[in-house]
Design a protein around this ligand. Structure first.
Ligand code: AMP
Length: 419
């Protein structure tokens, strides 16, 4: 199945191809046809499944193909999501997927001055991504009207309820036109969530996607305790000892990614880096080289790794551990896709040990420790490195993440509603 098979229009296909998505994820494959038929959808899926593209792409397509009125732009699509980080991420994706349409979007959330948001709204927009509190504030002040909404998405409904947004949601629903397409997403479907969905949706189609964490179970994982300074030597040794044809190495920083590539190339290993400082052309070239086998090692930061989808990826190496445990699951989920299993090796320095603990809590497994190597590091634990550089994108300005306790399911977001 390709995006073209799903019936997407050329401007969207072009944008999706440029990002590097080669095929739709299961939720996209199942939801996009339903949504293009303008049916309501009840989606049981969590972050990491490709859900954002599943709901934003059909909305973009509908709006891009609708006749534009000559009057001022009115908000025609509303996406309500519980946190500022998620809102920012969704709007960023809309901008990427809608790059070749002339649709306009913006994002509003609480905790910041409303004026820049109001100015954007005044310019006229088609798609609004919002957190509930700020949305109601700006409706109350007369800056937003929902009377032209044709598409409504309630995202992460379970988290909305956990965060006490139920009354806000009900107020928002009451302001929507009756005639609309509605989409409702939740990672879980407990009774209060189903009740809420019944108030929003009319005869919805249902799509359920299993959590991504199951991928982690298919991947053979190991961890090496190694000092920061010795990581590159360990990587060089591993590359020499194994003949994995395609290896994806994750680096926390862009600078680190460049350094790794330089050292691997010095050893005669074909390598390339992809990160935010590389041009689009350089990224595409690196990705294509990786896919056709002319580049053996691709070194990426998490942001740049979005969209990397290589069927035969044999090995993922976490040269640096991510500070967000869910990012680990996303990273290692890139191997073991086409084949029955894949392998993921992680390097852990004294300052990354608390992150390793968080990861192990999330995946509810102790990752087997390999001690039989020349760089085994037994020095005492150190405080984690300061954030910045190539950390997880979804966290936006989210700052340090606290351990979540066993079996957490989603990326941690703020625990209090922001208005
Ligand atoms: P989401 O569940 O929407 O948060 O998406 C999780 C990640 O998957 C994001 O980094 C997306 O950019 C990426 N993604 C979404 N759709 C695809 C696709 N069809 N192929 C590869 N990556 C994708």
């Amino acid at each position: 199945m390709t995006f073209k098979d799903l019936g997407l229009i050329e401007p969207i296909l072009r944008a999706v191809t440029e990002i590097g998505y080669t095929s739709p994820t299961p939720i996209q494959e199942q939801s996009i046809p339903i949504l293009l038929k303008k049916k309501d959808l009840l989606g049981c899926a969590q972050t990491g499944t490709g859900k954002t593209a599943a709901f934003t792409i059909p909305i973009l397509q509908h709006l891009a193909t609708e006749k534009q009125s000559s009057q001022r732009r009115q908000i025609k699509a509303l996406i309500v999501t519980p946190t500022r980080e998620l809102a920012l991420q969704i709007e960023e994706n809309i901008k990427e997927y809608g790059k070749y349409t002339n649709l306009k979007s913006t994002v509003i959330f609480g905790g910041v001055n409303q004026n820049p948001q109001v100015n954007k709204l005044r310019q006229g927009i088609d798609i609004l991504v919002a957190t509930p509190g700020r949305l109601l504030d700006l409706i109350g002040q007369g800056f937003i009207t929902l009377s032209h909404i044709e598409y409504f998405v309630l995202d992460e409904a379970d988290q909305m309820l956990d965060m006490g947004f139920i009354h806000d949601i009900k107020k928002i629903i009451a302001k929507l036109p009756k005639e609309r397409q509605s989409l409702f997403f939740s990672a879980t479907m407990a009774k209060p969530i189903v009740d809420l969905s019944n108030q929003i949706l009319g005869h919805p189609e249902k799509v359920t996607i299993k959590p991504q964490q199951t991928t982690a179970e298919k991947v053979e994982q190991s961890v090496y305790m190694v000092s920061k300074e010795d990581k590159i030597k360990l990587l060089e040794d591993l590359m020499e000892a194994r003949n994995a044809k395609s290896v994806l190495v994750f680096s926390r920083t862009k600078h680190g990614a460049n350094k790794i590539v330089k050292l691997l190339e010095r050893d005669g290993i074909k390598a390339a880096a992809i990160h935010g400082n590389k041009t689009q052309a350089a990224r595409v070239k690196a990705l294509n080289g990786f896919k056709d086998g002319s580049i053996r090692v691709l070194v990426a930061t998490d942001i740049a790794a979005r969209g990397i989808d290589v069927e035969e990826l044999e090995l993922v190496v976490n040269h640096d551990l991510p500070n967000i445990p869910e990012t680990y699951v996303h990273r290692i989920g890139r191997t073991g896709r086409a084949k029955a299993s894949g392998e993921a090796i992680s390097f852990c320095s004294a300052e990354e040990r608390s992150w390793l603990r968080d990861i192990q809590k999330l995946i509810q497994t102790d990752i087997p420790l390999v001690t039989d190597h020349p760089y085994h590091d037994t020095s005492p634990e150190e405080a984690p490195p300061k954030q910045g550089g190539g950390g997880g994108r979804r966290q936006g300005g989210g700052g340090n993440r606290k351990p979540q306790g066993g079996g957490g399911k989603r990326p941690q977001r703020s625990s209090k509603p922001r208005r």
